[in-house]
Design a protein. Sequence first.
Length: 120
Amino acid sequence: MESLIHHEARALCRVDEIADGDAKGFPPAPGGFSGLVAWRQGDQVRVYVNSCPHIGTPLDWLPDRFMSRDAKYIICATHGAAFAPTTGECLLGPCKGDYLDAVKTEIRDGVIYVPGDAGL
């Protein structure tokens, strides 16, 4: 597997800056239009484009407010669709069966990296 570090990569944050079981949002890359959302469970991190597959709106209703009250799902603020954080699959809502757009992720020295063009 080719490392993102050897190409133009974007550092999002340190893994430990995302609370375990929670998600954090990131603004679009320069020139981009969609931000990113990173979800963490222990050492596992998943990053998705912050855009609902149903109508393309951002998922968070307030900055960094992505998770359901029980912290089991990433929730779309527009219509309440529930996504599995481990896969990005919509399990409930108008886009049931669709997926959030996953972003290639690499963790080096505790820092989460994504391709520089992620979200463009």
